[in-house]
Design a protein around this ligand. Structure first.
Ligand SMILES: C[S@@+](CC[C@H](N)C(=O)[O-])C[C@H]1O[C@@H](n2cnc3c(N)ncnc32)[C@H](O)[C@@H]1O
Length: 381
């Protein structure tokens, strides 16, 4: 179980696919990989699937930086209007004024945009050199046509449709590609995604589940989107945005922050000085159905504990693989698979709320309690 706000954000993203990433968010994130390895994109073909260059900033960003990053080729594909969940689109002037514009294809076909040469003889390769045509199909990332583009590319970058996140990651992994994509913290608990994180095949990017300037990650949405709540706002130019809790980047590109260990206190010092009332003055709870202790806050991980510890899933963006190893997940099917035993009947009877086979539990003031989703970790020797 993740927190209420990130669940709400995830639900919103599930229902509506048209969430457009801001230029500054792409720039900030990509810079972190360039800082770590200035040649990370050199000589590479980048594919931006599930994009829509007329709306999205991914194509603009990489096209503008084509020479700067030393790219070999940039390819982006968009999804046909009639295949989208949200169909309220009009073609842009960019499309209707192009000689290849086709009224029928405009609705039912995806588009492909490519950049690899100086088409207008300006002496540089930039956004003005983008060429486009209609795809044979609707641009579904699962189509053979887009799969072939995936196979010829080196790095895949996008904000995929959230409802297809699992499928999208599997699509990348089956082709063994590098990637940088946006997702929600709930994805960490998916049974298809968690093992990839545990095995260090994917990890969180530089910005993950973090508020910047007091805001969660914020996306542009179509004007007519009917979204309500405090997360929705309009900027001074009238554009509509939504800020979504628990959102951030997943990747398998390395970045520096991932290798910075978190500073921690010993168990004795935590009990003496912790800022958390749940930790200060208390012993750490030991699980009843697994050999490990419960650590309710990432900054309360005891530096001197050698055994297994259950930490909240929000710890994931502080995970430094040189500092800790991930043993497993403390809930459901994944919990069962690492030997978390069932909750005895006499304790189950006393519990309020739902618990599933494979969930961790502990006794708190004489009552059995299932903590929020936990990741089980151990200090590296
Ligand atoms: C979250 S939006 C992101 C758009 C853009 N990449 C960005 O971040 O600015 C996801 C896009 O994927 C498109 N989409 C939905 N299902 C798709 C599919 N099966 N294949 C390709 N694209 C899809 C949606 O219509 C939407 O435009």
């Amino acid at each position: 179980m993740a927190n209420k706000n990130s669940n709400l954000g995830a639900a919103r993203m599930n229902k509506n696919d048209e969430f457009y990433t801001q230029f500054s968010d792409i720039q900030m994130e990509v810079n972190a990989y360039l800082e770590y390895d200035p040649d990370v994109f050199r000589g590479k073909t980048i594919l931006l699937p599930c994009d829509d260059p007329e709306w999205s900033n991914f194509t603009k960003f990489f096209a503008q930086n084509f020479e700067n990053f030393g790219l070999k080729r940039l390819i982006s594909t968009s999804y046909a209007v009639e295949s989208k969940k949200y169909k309220n689109w009009e073609p842009t002037l960019f499309e209707t004024e192009a000689p290849q514009y086709d009224e029928d294809k405009s609705k039912t076909h995806g588009k492909i945009f490519t950049l690899d040469r100086d088409t207008n003889n300006s002496g540089k390769v930039d956004i003005e050199d983008l060429e486009w045509r209609y795809l044979e199909g609707d641009g579904d990332f699962r189509s053979e046509e887009v799969k072939a583009l995936r196979d010829e590319s080196d790095i895949i970058v996008t904000n995929p449709p959230f409802s297809l996140f699992r499928e999208f990651v599997a699509w990348i992994m089956e082709a063994n590609k590098r990637f940088l994509i946006i997702g929600n913290i709930n994805c960490v608990t998916y049974k298809e995604i968690f093992p990839l994180i545990r095995d260090n095949r994917i990890w969180t990017g530089c910005r993950f589940n973090k508020r910047v300037n007091g805001k969660n990650m914020t996306f542009l949405v179509p004007d007519s989107y009917e979204l309500t709540g405090t997360e929705l706002y309009t900027d001074e130019s009238g554009k509509k945005f939504i800020s979504v809790a628990g959102t951030g980047w997943f990747t398998n590109l390395d970045h520096g922050r991932r290798h910075e260990p978190i500073q921690l206190m010993t168990m004795a010092d935590n009990i003496k000085f912790s800022k958390h009332k749940e930790v200060k003055g208390h012993q750490y709870n030991h699980y009843e159905n697994y050999d490990g202790i419960d650590v309710p806050f990432a900054d309360a991980i005891p530096s001197d504990y050698e055994g297994i510890m259950g930490v909240p899933i929000s710890w994931i963006d502080k995970y430094c693989p040189e500092q800790f190893e991930i043993i497993g997940s403390g809930s459901g099917y994944l919990g069962q698979s690492i030997g978390i035993t069932g909750i005895p009947k006499e304790h189950k009877k006393m519990m309020r709320g739902h618990s599933a086979a494979g969930d961790l539990y502990m006794m708190v003031d004489g009552m059995p309690q299932v903590p929020y989703s936990r990741i089980l970790i151990r200090k590296k020797k």
